[in-house]
Ligand binder design. Structure first.
Ligand SMILES: Nc1ncnc2c1ncn2[C@@H]1O[C@H](COP(=O)(O)OP(=O)(O)O)[C@@H](O)[C@H]1O
Ligand SMILES: O=P(O)(O)O[C@H]1O[C@H](CO)[C@@H](O[C@H]2O[C@H](CO)[C@@H](O)[C@H](O)[C@H]2O)[C@H](O)[C@H]1O
Length: 428
């Protein structure tokens, strides 16, 4: 079912006034620190008291439609004071993302196989996130699903939901299965009609450990990560097989030239953001020239697109892959385009450098720890020892490392030395 957003009414305008003070305090708000123009574009009415407000936020380069589920209560007695935004239309307005009334209405309007969950025992996940995730237990109290309320809406495909759906259809069990999802139709700020996802409830992976934290712990304790990396390599290979079943594969007669061009485009993009990268230009060009001269490259296929250790969960003695939205800094067209499967392998290889550094390893111990993990990952994935694979991986790692320099410069400047050291290694 597609839920239709109604044009904003007086109450929606009043709620948006309340959001001016509330939004900048949210971790997921993308226009922090600037005076954004906020305009309601519509509201999905999930019930008499439950509305999903769609708000256009515009400030400089930020131009997004945000999703804000709210409750509008005539009697808000007993409500959590921390959830109250103010009053609109004579009713109390509450943040609804973790509220049982919103969650019940959301599930009632969702598509998908569904899940038997207890909305009264929902728990909002805290931490650095770009969306709001809510853990929902089953009737036995054991976590059964995790609902991701998307905070920034976009019309069209959403790889973070569509790809897991297709992987499950392709009988791959290494991804948490989407259990329910909602979609809406609204009028985009440019006046066009948009149809896109509002959120997804996925199967909860019990007792999951974040792959990056696990690797950092190993590095910190001086424990080899090879066995886990080998298993991860096999999981990634299984994911790529399933992606071919789900989305097909394209021969790439011009693969070397395409990859070389993409690497040089990445260099230009990264240098525009971090000018000191210009000194790497001759060395990156040399790698691009070698890649362009490759007579053949593997077929292109759908890939994860931003695979790293923070996108994999370890539970019940196996790996699960999450977060298929691709590189957050890249446009949707680039994130859904068929690509070399080795790009995902290169992403995980980069993570080993990060884990060694964050785990406190330097010099020869860092080199030995990452070498063991790298060899094991490639072995588990089934990457052969032929020179063409090594060259492709080097180019793809280089491409990712340039992206990481920009990502770190924008988000975690003290971590810039990690990808900088990666450039030294790859271009050394
Ligand atoms: N299916 C799942 N089961 C258990 N935990 C999960 C699941 N999906 C996500 N998580 C946890 O929730 C966190 C946020 O999920 P993520 O998809 O990265 O959200 P965001 O898009 O907001 O960054 C992850 O780091 C992970 O720890
Ligand atoms: O997880 P996201 O989809 O938001 O990806 C972005 O953020 C990642 C960091 O959280 C970033 O990954 C980089 O740091 C990781 C350690 O925190 C490391 O394991 C990765 O290898 C490294 O690329 C990712 O690049 C960025 O797109």
């Amino acid at each position: 079912m597609i839920l239709d957003a109604l044009p904003p009414d007086d109450v929606d305008h009043e709620v948006v006034e309340l959001l001016r003070a509330w939004l900048p305090e949210r971790r997921w708000y993308p226009a922090k620190g600037v005076d954004a123009r906020l305009t309601p574009v519509g509201a999905v009415h999930l019930g008499d008291d439950v509305r999903v407000l769609l708000v256009h936020a515009r400030a400089g380069a930020v131009d997004v439609v945000l999703q804000v589920p709210v409750l509008l209560l005539a009697d808000a007695g007993g409500a959590d004071p921390g959830a109250v935004l103010g009053t609109a239309g004579g009713r109390t307005v509450l943040d609804a993302a973790g509220d049982a009334r919103f969650l019940a209405a959301w599930l009632a309007h969702a598509d998908g196989p569904g899940a038997d969950v207890d909305v009264t025992a929902a728990r909002v996940v805290t931490g650095e996130q770009s969306n709001t995730s809510v853990v929902l237990p089953g009737p036995d109290g054991v976590p059964r699903g995790i609902l991701k309320v998307l905070r920034t809406l976009a019309g069209g495909e959403n790889p973070d939901i569509d790809v897991p759906r297709r992987l499950v259809e392709a009988a791959w069990d290494g991804v948490p299965a989407p259990l329910a999802w909602t979609r809406a139709r609204w009028q985009a700020p440019d006046g066009s009609e948009a149809v896109g996802y509002l959120g997804v409830l996925s199967a909860f992976v019990p007792g999951a450990q974040d792959g990056f934290e696990l690797a950092c712990d190993h590095a910190r304790d001086g424990r080899a990560f090879g066995d886990l990396a080998r298993e991860l390599g096999a999981t990634v290979a299984g994911m790529h097989d399933a992606l071919v079943r789900a989305f097909d594969r394209q021969e790439a007669p011009d693969g070397g030239a395409v990859l070389a061009r993409a690497l040089l485009d990445r260099l230009a993009w990264a240098t525009a953001a971090v000018p000191s990268l210009a000194e790497r230009t001759p060395a990156v060009r040399a790698v691009a020239d070698e890649v362009a001269a490759l007579p053949t490259t593997p077929a292109r296929q759908r890939v994860h697109g931003d695979l790293h250790l923070g996108q994999v969960l370890r539970s019940t003695g196996r790996w699960f892959v999450i977060d298929f939205e691709g590189e957050p800094l890249a446009p949707l067209a680039a994130r859904t385009r068929p690509d070399l499967a080795l790009r995902d392998v290169a992403g995980v290889l980069r993570s080993f450098d990060y884990a060694a550094a964050v785990g406190g390893l330097v010099g020869a111990p860092a080199e030995a720890w990452t070498r063991d993990a790298r060899d094991a990952l490639l072995d588990g994935y089934g990457v052969g020892a032929e020179p063409a694979s090594a060259l492709l991986l080097r180019a793809l790692e280089l491409d990712k490392t340039l992206y990481e320099v920009v990502y770190e410069a924008r988000n975690r400047p003290t971590w810039v030395p990690i990808p900088q050291a990666g450039l030294d290694r790859l271009l050394g």
